[in-house]
Design a protein around this ligand. Structure first.
Ligand code: RIB
Ligand code: CA
Length: 313
């Protein structure tokens, strides 16, 4: 029986991805979630961990709520980046919080929760990463067998054609911790990479975007309130011609691999050079000239109509 571990930095789009994993739907495969691991990314570790707990309290089913493990407070090396300009100071759009069930966090650090679960359930865990890869790199250093113990790794991250969002050519999750990301690409075989370019190549119209949250589930009601707050506090947000959902696309790929319609397989390398344009760059061995690390499966195209079903909560 397989299960998911979700490593996340909630984050408005992380919240949507978590809702997909935690809310049953006849249109979406249901995979048990074994653990939620938090990592500093969109906002600081206290805020993202508090957000994960609050979201689980808002729409996690009491009987199947996964434990929350606090992870790394910053990258392995370099300065701490954040995306508060996109996700708000609190990471969820600075919305006044309504009361939800109080979900505790575990005492075990996220990296140890990852290694412990993988050791206890070899070949069963699909790891979905929605933030910087710091926890995964730490877990690898603690358990070098981790790449062989995990069933699959799906990463939201990277800009393989240089279309970045953190810098001109670095995507946030990779650029926030390039050292960790390069360790992951160098050691984990066949990482499924859902890039920023794949994300922006699959925009949603406003009507399609709003339809994701029109259901009756607690997740739909909660996410609708988060989105409405964005429309209210950022009038330009409602006038966009396209809505991008990076983490939900990665979660869709993790839950239903058949949504992927085109991939390519190449080795991926990550640049490190604080203050330079190479920092966080995901460089691809396009001509397959190297053999010093496993290749990744880079997602190029997804089925749009199937995404409309998978992202509805
Ligand atoms: O580049 C997009 C990624 O950065 C998403 O995971 C988003 O939540 C932010 O973490
Ligand atoms: Ca994220």
């Amino acid at each position: 029986m397989s299960a998911l571990i979700i490593d996340t930095d909630p984050g408005l789009d992380d919240a949507h991805a978590l809702a997909m994993a935690l809310t049953p739907s006849s249109k979406r495969p249901s995979v048990p979630v074994s653990a939620i691991c938090t990592v500093a990314g969109n906002v600081g570790i206290d805020a993202v961990t508090g957000n994960a707990r609050w979201l689980l309290g808002a729409f996690g089913d009491e009987a199947s709520r996964p434990p929350v493990y606090r992870g790394a407070a910053g990258p392995l090396a370099g300065a701490v980046a954040d995306a508060a300009d996109v996700h708000g100071t609190d990471g969820l759009g600075d919305i006044p919080r309504w009361p939800v069930a109080d979900i505790a966090e575990e005492t075990l650090p996220a990296a140890l929760a990852l290694t412990d679960t993988a050791r206890r359930r070899p070949g069963e865990i699909t790891l979905v990463t929605l933030g910087p890869l710091t926890n995964i790199a730490l877990a690898l250093r603690l358990e070098p067998r981790l790449p062989r113990l995990l069933r699959r790794v799906v990463v939201m991250g990277g800009a393989v054609r240089g279309h970045g969002n953190l810098t001109l050519n670095a995507e946030f999750n990779i650029g926030a911790d390039p050292v960790a990301a390069d360790l992951v690409f160098a050691n984990f075989p066949d990482v499924t990479l859902v890039t920023w370019e794949a994300t922006i190549n699959h925009p949603f119209a406003r009507e399609e975007f709003d339809a994701f949250f029109r259901g009756e589930s607690e997740a739909a009601v909660s996410l609708r309130r988060l989105v409405d707050n964005r429309y209210l506090t950022d009038p330009g947000y409602g006038r966009r011609s396209a809505y991008f959902r990076a983490d939900p696309l990665a979660m869709a790929v993790a839950l239903d691999p058949s949504v992927v319609t085109r991939v390519m397989h190449h080795r991926v390398y990550v640049g490190y050079g604080p203050g330079t344009l190479g920092h966080g760059l995901t460089a691809v061995d396009w001509r397959d000239t190297r053999s010093d690390r496993p290749a990744a499966t880079i997602v190029e195209e997804l089925d749009h109509d199937r995404l409309l079903e998978l992202l509805r909560v």
